[in-house]
Structures are given as structure tokens and as C-alpha cells.
Design a protein around this ligand. Structure first.
Ligand SMILES: Nc1nc2c(c(=O)[nH]1)N[C@H]1C(S)=C(S)[C@@H](COP(=O)(O)OP(=O)(O)OC[C@H]3O[C@@H](n4cnc5c(=O)[nH]c(N)nc54)[C@H](O)[C@@H]3O)O[C@H]1N2
Ligand SMILES: Nc1nc2c(c(=O)[nH]1)N[C@H]1C(S)=C(S)[C@@H](COP(=O)(O)OP(=O)(O)OC[C@H]3O[C@@H](n4cnc5c(=O)[nH]c(N)nc54)[C@H](O)[C@@H]3O)O[C@H]1N2
Ligand SMILES: [Mo]
Length: 704
């Protein structure tokens, strides 16, 4: 440990500058180690910890400005109670006691009728295991509230990967630097996985070929040797096309297939249906591009060189997202790429972390009571449902934390209608008055990462990180855990687990009956600890599936009446099938926001400018649209007015509504989710944000 770093035993107590070790809480694969400089109890700077190999002392623009967020003039610093009509955003300040007393009393009255009428709504505003579901899980379990399927991001890929490899496991990120070929498949790494991009640059320097597969010509695509701009939702077809060529040219590792896979004869038969001509037609790309991609992949096998795939979320947000993940995840087993530590595929490493969720969330507090499960994607429809045998009780109370559903959930016309219900009790734990907080009955001010303890796994590397509080809570802010402790006490929940402090919860996260899986003293000392594990996880097979093999054919899926093999599953809303809505719209994140977080940080918003719709010159010309024109983007669900940018980032037939802006910054107080649907994916019941047909129409000439 360098001497220059001292750890403050009492946050905010020192007068001299100190540096406090922490972890970035945001929903990003990189999970960086932070060093916060604190002077006289005030955080003055947040930097990347140079000692942490995955962070390497480098932070993204957003988090390097973290103090702007924690000390933001609009931060909510005291509990607020609604005074105006729902959604008007009018509140009065109240004391913590009166807020918590009233909320607890109202929850108790509902719970007496049916606790399932109360629902949590949370996602990954913080990825911390403690401020996430640590104490909240206990509270909702004891209450017997509805369960929530937290599907909004990665559910399709999780299911696809689990059915194929056995879990969210894969290559170690650091070995991408040694790969000979890297496919960046469905990801804008420079924007959303910056520290991975450093390994790509290193590989490039060593002579690797880099290919990006993405409908949008992103900043990442521009820096690769080749960009394959396929039609959204056609990735499985492309993967099957690669398989076709591997078979036809016999670029196959027969020994690996024989020993470590299941279902090869069936997959072979399926893949042979996908000749390059058919693939090119479905994907909307030149046939030679399909052949060349397969050749690049096959040649790595022939030459004994490692081929690595960074599979990401872009391909999952369409109807066939689960199948697409499965198809791509099969490829490394065909060529035995897993034999190399720099070969294989990485979607997410989160399955490698031995988190003890049961010890954190205590499901036994439900005491055998059955509960329904709500899917967070269909919150729009669900808030508008009345009680029925099918649905269960009408939702009467919603407690939102670590999420901004009014901005991020699909089909927001319905979400807003639901949140506007005067008879719904809505409690929002937040830092800011987000679009969701506007609809709250109570806004409870939460601490930021600089002000609380937490412990983090990661989904893009294999280190556990500890976050120590650097400063005392700002204003009257309280930790999420403390807010749930306060509610629990008022509801009469007397189990000792409701009294545990956050440091204890941090220890609990990786504790197991037979011993701790992480050396907590090492975490306290260094701030991070690396999980043990082999460099090449599947070099000798040993997949985590029931068969121990890479399951090309999944008997588990077949048993559910589903296709046991991966296939191309067309979008719910397939391009070319609707005369009214001829354009496919995708809505990937803007680089300087993180989902809807940071939209209110002015210096970052200034970089992004304003909400935009990227449209190709061909589609713009026939509609009389120029850069700067205000356009109406619409479909059967809603409409959204936005400024257009005529751009070669968009391929003809596809428009990009970059997200996720707060609605209140939009021209009409709406955002792109006005157009997206509540349909679900083939596997995992995930969202289909990028499976959305629209029409675009000129509203007004350019007024700049
Ligand atoms: N700066 C920044 N970083 C982030 C986030 C953020 O909002 N901002 N979000 C975080 C979160 S929550 C997540 S889940 C991850 C997401 O991580 P990634 O998936 O790596 O990141 P995205 O930048 O969303 O990249 C998705 C890409 O997929 C493309 N795409 C859209 N449809 C398709 C398709 O059908 N097929 C293919 N092949 N590509 C498609 C989009 O154009 C986009 O470039 O990033 C995290 N990191
Ligand atoms: N159209 C479209 N929609 C999308 C996506 C897309 O690509 N396109 N991406 C989807 C994806 S991948 C995801 S993951 C979801 C993300 O959806 P969310 O997880 O809801 O993410 P955010 O929009 O970042 O909102 C998180 C909120 O949590 C708050 N928060 C942060 N830390 C804390 C804390 O410690 N305590 C409390 N109480 N609050 C905290 C932040 O202030 C912020 O308002 O959005 C999805 N929506
Ligand atoms: Mo996400």
C-alpha cells in the first residue's frame, strides 16, 4: 500500500487531505477502483486508483466528475412530501420521522389487506450489493411483498449463456490483449466499456484484426478494421452463417467438438440451412462480408491463433436476443478457441462471483408465503391493472430505489399513466428529482457512493471491490439501508437482521457457512481482491451446464417446449413488414450518460447537447429532413419530437434515438421510450428496446 494513501477512520473528520479508497457504483462492466481526495471533510477530487490493474488510474469523463454529482445544487437533501397533483413535481420538506411514520402506517394498512399489493421497483442505480438489495431484500421478504423480476437489462443474454455455457462466465478480460482476432459484437466499447477498449488497442498494436458488428457506425466501429452494419435483430443469422462456412471449409476442431459439446449433428444440420447468400439477405449486408468474417474466424483455428468475442448487450434487446446469444456463444466450441486463454467469448463475468444473496436478503423471512412475481419491463401495463385471479391484487404501493422507471422503462405513455394514479402510494429513494421522483408521494434523500459503505462484484472483470465512505452524508441524506431499517422498525419487524450495520452487510455478501470466499481483511487493506480461477476456463471442457459440455442442443429448453437449438428468431417488429412504420429504431445510450444517470450534470449534458435522432441521408432526403430539423418520430404506441441529425452513423432503414434522456429535457417532456414496446424476448423475459418500428416525419425546418 503506498504511504501517500491514508484511510480515514471517521469519514469527514480529518483536516488534512486524505485519499479514501472506493468503487464506482455504476452499471458498467468496468467497476473501477476510485480514490477520493477529501479536504476538511469535503470531497474535492475523484480519480481512478492506479494500483488497481483493471482501472489503471483512468476514469471515464462521467465519473471523474463525480463530485459535481454528489454536491450538485439540485441534490435532494431532505425528505419531501407531495403537495400538488401527482406528477406536478410540487413538494414540501418534512422531517424524517414524519415521512417514515406516515409511509409505514400506509404500508401497514395495505399489507393487512394483502402485502402483495406492495411492490419494490429497483435496478442498478448502484451495483453495490449492500445499498442494492442488502437491507431492501430483507424488508420486502418480511413484508411478503410482490417479487420483482429484474429483467430490464441482461435477462435474455443471461438465459442464453446459461443454456449454452452454464452461467455468466467466460474469458478473462485482460487476455483480449493477446488475441489475434477480436469480434466486438453488439457493443460500443469506447462508450460503455472503456477499460476493455485498452486491451483491444494493445491487441491491435500486436497485429490483431478487430471487427465490430453493430447496425450503428459507432465511435468504436470507426476504429475497427472492419464494421459489419447488420440490420438490428439478425445476429443469430450471422452466427449461423459463420458456422455454415466453418463446416463447408472444415475449419472445425473435431476433437474439441467430440469431447466437450452436445448436439453437434443437430446444430450442423441447422447451420447448413444458413448459406452466406441467405444470411446476407436476412442481415442486409454484402455476401462477401459474411464469407470474409467466417474466413477470419476459421483462419485463426487453422493457424492455431486465438479468436476472442466480446459479446454484448446490443443483440439482446430484440425478440430473438436469447437465441442470438446462444448462437454466438456456440462459436468458440466449434473451433476449439477455448483452448487458448485469449480465445472464447466474454459476455459477463458476474456468474463467477460467489455472492451469498440468501444471507443478504433472507428469503426465509417470507415464512413460506407464496408471492407473485412482477416483471419490471411491464410496469406500464401492470400499474394499470385491477385485481384479478390471474394478476392478483392491484398494485397499491410502489417503492422505487436505484432506478428511474418513468424514463427507462419501455412504452412510457403507459408507465406515466400508471405513475399518475392518485390512489397509488409511490415512495422514491433518490439523489435527484428525476422523472420518476416527479410522481412520488414521498421522495427520500439517499446517500451517494462517496457517503456510504458497499461491496461490489463486477460484470466485466473478476475483482471484488470495497467502497468506504469518504465523506459524511450530505444534508439529511440517509443510506438506502438506513431508510429500510427505519421503515422496518416502524413496521414492528423485530428480527436482529434489521439491526445489522453496513460494514457487517459488506462482510456477509461473500460469507458462506463453510467460510468466507473473499478475504475481507485484504479488501479492507487494499480495496480490491481478485477471485481465483483458471486463465482458460473451458480449455478442458468442464462447462457449468448439467452435462458439463457446451450445449449446442439444450435439453432443458426442449423440455420447456422450446427450440433446443439456436436459431434466427425474427423481431416482433420486423423491418419491411409495415407500410405505416417503415424504419427500425434502436436507442443505444449516449456516451456521457449512464442510462438516465448524469443527464442532469450540466457539464456532461453540454457535451451531449440535446436529444437527437440520427437518420441516414437517404431516409432523410425523401422526408425533406436536414440536420437540425425538428422531426416527429411515431408509431402505434406514441410519438416523440426531437431534432434530427443526418448522419452516416445510421444505415438506410435504421434510425437511432440516443438515450436515455430525462423526459423533462425533451422538446415535449417525453423521451425515446415513448415508442418502445413492452414485448418480451424469446428467452429470459427481457426487454426489446431495439425491436421497434417507427415512422419519421418533418415537423419544422432547421431552426438552429
Ligand atoms: N457511457 C455509458 N456506459 C454504459 C452505459 C451507458 O448508458 N453509458 N450503460 C451500461 C449498461 S446498463 C449496460 S447494460 C452496458 C451495455 O453495454 P454494451 O452493450 O457494450 O453497450 P452499448 O453501448 O449499449 O452497445 C450496444 C450496441 O449495440 C448496438 N446494437 C443495437 N441493436 C443491435 C443488434 O441488433 N445487433 C447488434 N450486433 N448490435 C446492436 C448499438 O448500436 C450499440 O452500439 O453498458 C454500460 N455502460
Ligand atoms: N430506450 C432505451 N431504454 C433503456 C435502455 C436502452 O438502451 N434504450 N437501456 C436499459 C438498460 S440496459 C438498463 S440497465 C436500464 C437502467 O435503468 P435504471 O437502473 O433505472 O438506471 P438509471 O436510469 O441510471 O437510474 C438509476 C437511478 O438510481 C439512482 N441512484 C443511484 N445510486 C443510488 C443510491 O445509492 N440510492 C438510491 N436510492 N438511488 C440511487 C440514480 O440517481 C438514478 O436516478 O435502462 C434501460 N432502458
Ligand atoms: Mo443495462
Amino acid at each position: 500500500m503506498p504511504d501517500s494513501i491514508s484511510i480515514s477512520p471517521r469519514p469527514g473528520s480529518a483536516n488534512d487531505a486524505i485519499k479514501v479508497r472506493g468503487a464506482c457504483p455504476h452499471d458498467c462492466p468496468d467497476t473501477c477502483a476510485l480514490l477520493t481526495t477529501v479536504e476538511a471533510g469535503v470531497a474535492v477530487k475523484v480519480q481512478g486508483n492506479p494500483d488497481h490493474r483493471h482501472t489503471g488510474g483512468v476514469l471515464c469523463t462521467k465519473v471523474s466528475r463525480y463530485t459535481e454529482r454528489s454536491y450538485h445544487p439540485e441534490r435532494i437533501l431532505q425528505p419531501l412530501r407531495r403537495v400538488g397533483p401527482k406528477g406536478s413535481g410540487q413538494f414540501e420538506a418534512v422531517s424524517w420521522d414524519s415521512a417514515l411514520d406516515e409511509i409505514a402506517a400506509r404500508l401497514q394498512a395495505i399489507a393487512q389487506r394483502d402485502p402483495q399489493a406492495i411492490a419494490p421497483y429497483s435496478y442498478a442505480g448502484t451495483m453495490g450489493l449492500v445499498q442494492g438489495e442488502g437491507m431492501a431484500g430483507r424488508f420486502f421478504n418480511k413484508l411478503g411483498a410482490s417479487l420483482l423480476e429484474r429483467t430490464i437489462c441482461s435477462a435474455a443474454g443471461t438465459e442464453g449463456l446459461t443454456q449454452t455455457l452454464g452461467g455468466k462466465v467466460g474469458m478473462k478480460v485482460e487476455f483480449f490483449a493477446e488475441a489475434r482476432l477480436i469480434l466486438i459484437w453488439g457493443s460500443n466499447s469506447i462508450a460503455s466499456n472503456l477499460h476493455f477498449w485498452r486491451h483491444v488497442q494493445e491487441a491491435k498494436r500486436r497485429g490483431a484484426r478487430i471487427i465490430c458488428i453493430d447496425p450503428r457506425k459507432t465511435e468504436t466501429a470507426e476504429k475497427c478494421h472492419e464494421h459489419i452494419a447488420l440490420q438490428p435483430g439478425t445476429d443469430a443469422a450471422l452466427a449461423l452463417g459463420i458456422m455454415h462456412e466453418l463446416i463447408v471449409h472444415d475449419w472445425l476442431d473435431h476433437a474439441y467438438i467430440e469431447s466437450h459439446t452436445i448436439g453437434w449433428p443437430l446444430l450442423r444440420e441447422r447451420a447448413l440451412l444458413w448459406n452466406p447468400e441467405r444470411v446476407a439477405q436476412v442481415c442486409g449486408i454484402p455476401v462477401e462480408q459474411v464469407r470474409a468474417l467466417a474466413r477470419d474466424y476459421g483462419e485463426c483455428f487453422v493457424n492455431g491463433q486465438p479468436a476472442a468475442i466480446r459479446l454484448n448487450y446490443g443483440m439482446q434487446r430484440v425478440r430473438g436476443g436469447g437465441n442470438a446469444t446462444r448462437a454466438v456463444a456456440c462459436l468458440p466450441a466449434l473451433t476449439g478457441a477455448w483452448r487458448h486463454r485469449a480465445g472464447g467469448v466474454l459476455l459477463s463475468s458476474s456468474g463467477m462471483f460467489p455472492v451469498n444473496q440468501a444471507a443478504l436478503q433472507r428469503p426465509e423471512l417470507r415464512a413460506g408465503r407464496q408471492s407473485r412475481t412482477l416483471n419490471m419491463i411491464t410496469i406500464g401495463d401492470d400499474l394499470l391493472r385491477s385485481s384479478s385471479a390471474d394478476f392478483g391484487p392491484k398494485i397499491e404501493a410502489l417503492i422505487v430505489y436505484n432506478s428511474n422507471p418513468v424514463a427507462v422503462a419501455p412504452d412510457s405513455g403507459k408507465v406515466v399513466q400508471g405513475f399518475a394514479r392518485e390512489d397509488l402510494l409511490t415512495v422514491v429513494l433518490e439523489h435527484f428529482q428525476t422523472d420518476t421522483a416527479d410522481y412520488a408521494d414521498f421522495i427520500l434523500p439517499a446517500t451517494t457512493q462517496l457517503e456510504h459503505w458497499d461491496v461490489h462484484g463486477a460484470y466485466g472483470h473478476t475483482d471484488v471491490l470495497l467502497n468506504r465512505p469518504a465523506i459524511a452524508p450530505v444534508g439529511q441524506a440517509r443510506t438506502n439501508t438506513d431508510i429500510f431499517r427505519g421503515l422496518a422498525a416502524r413496521m414492528g419487524f423485530s428480527e436482529p437482521c434489521f439491526l445489522e450495520d453496513d460494514e457487517t452487510l459488506c462482510r456477509t455478501a461473500f460469507s458462506h457457512r463453510d467460510g468466507d470466499r473473499i478475504n475481507f481483511d485484504e479488501l479492507l487493506d487494499k480495496g480490491f481482491a481478485t477471485l481465483p480461477g483458471p486463465d482458460a476456463p473451458f480449455a478442458e471442457g468442464r462447462f457449468l451446464t448439467p452435462s458439463g459440455k457446451c450445449e449446442f442442443f439444450s435439453a432443458r429448453l426442449a423440455a420447456q417446449g422450446l427450440d433446443g437449438l439456436p436459431d434466427h428468431v425474427p423481431n416482433h417488429e420486423t423491418a419491411g413488414t409495415s407500410a405505416s412504420y417503415p424504419l427500425a429504431m434502436i436507442s443505444p445510450p449516449a456516451r456521457n450518460f449512464l442510462n438516465s444517470t448524469f443527464v442532469n450534470v450540466k457539464s456532461l449534458r453540454d457535451i451531449e447537447g440535446e436529444p437527437l435522432l440520427e437518420i441516414n441521408a437517404v431516409d432523410a432526403a425523401v422526408r425533406g429532413i436536414a440536420t437540425g430539423s425538428v422531426v416527429k418520430v411515431f408509431n402505434q404506441r406514441g410519438s416523440y419530437r426531437v431534432r434530427a441529425e443526418v448522419s452516416n452513423r445510421a444505415r438506410p432503414g435504421v434510425v437511432h434515438g440516443l438515450g436515455v434522456w430525462w423526459r423533462k429535457f425533451g422538446l415535449d417532456g417525453t423521451n425515446v421510450n415513448e415508442l418502445t414496446s413492452q414485448h418480451l424476448t424469446d428467452l429470459g423475459r427481457g426487454p426489446v428496446f431495439y425491436d421497434c418500428l417507427v415512422q419519421v416525419q418533418l415537423e419544422a425546418e432547421s431552426v438552429l
